[in-house]
Design a binder for this molecule. Structure first.
Ligand SMILES: [Zn+2]
Length: 195
């Protein structure tokens, strides 16, 4: 886990949004290999193990049925220029290498990726959680794999963490949600702007 990602993490527990405090045990360059994340509100602590932040019960995404095209994902997400974070949820994270090549200087966060995906901070941080464990309006965009795009709770959470005017991309039927304006659909994908 990229150590600077700590500033954007939130406790996934069901209470008002709260940051997490990092107690690092092993940090290599800017990557947290082992440590704990603690919540000052509910007192829960979460482990960082082998670079992966384990923030509670997480659905394990399957490997994608067909290889995802990172160029298509990149075009749909529409990021220009370096800086900030983009989030790849579930099997969408399998395309992280191509996304990193197309978006130099953008730190990627894989939420509940397929099990074989290793942490590769600072370029890619891997977290497992029951929701997107990031603060509201903290990221430049989210790509949802089909297993998460089918769940309105995850689409809502993707909209929550995205900065206004930036995009949420998903695979599957396009969502109807007040804070997302669907811009286009193509070949099973939809792209929406956060209002
Ligand atoms: Zn908490």
């Amino acid at each position: 886990m990229f150590i600077e990602l700590t500033d954007h993490l939130r406790c996934p527990a069901d209470h008002p949004e709260q940051y997490l405090v990092l107690l690092p045990e092993r940090v290599v360059e800017r990557s947290v290999i082992a440590g704990r994340l603690g919540c000052p509100v509910c007192g829960r602590t979460y482990a960082v193990t082998e670079g992966i932040a384990e923030l509670g019960n997480a659905l394990v995404a399957p490997a994608p049925e067909a290889p995802l095209d990172p160029m298509a994902m990149h075009v749909l997400l529409g990021l220009t220029g370096p800086g900030g974070y983009a989030v790849l949820v579930g099997s969408a994270a399998a395309a992280w290498r191509g996304m990193a090549e197309h978006n130099p200087g953008v730190a990627l966060v894989a939420v509940n990726p397929p099990p074989e995906l290793p942490d590769a901070a600072p370029v890619l941080s891997v977290v497992r959680a029951p929701l997107i464990p990031l603060k509201t309006r903290s990221t430049r965009g989210v790509v949802l794999g089909p297993e998460f795009a089918a769940d309105p709770a995850w689409v809502r959470d993707a909209a929550r963490v995205t900065l206004p005017g930036l995009r949420v991309v998903g695979q599957g039927p396009s969502p109807r949600m007040g804070d997302l304006e669907v811009l286009a659909t193509a070949e099973g994908w939809w792209v929406a702007a956060k209002r």
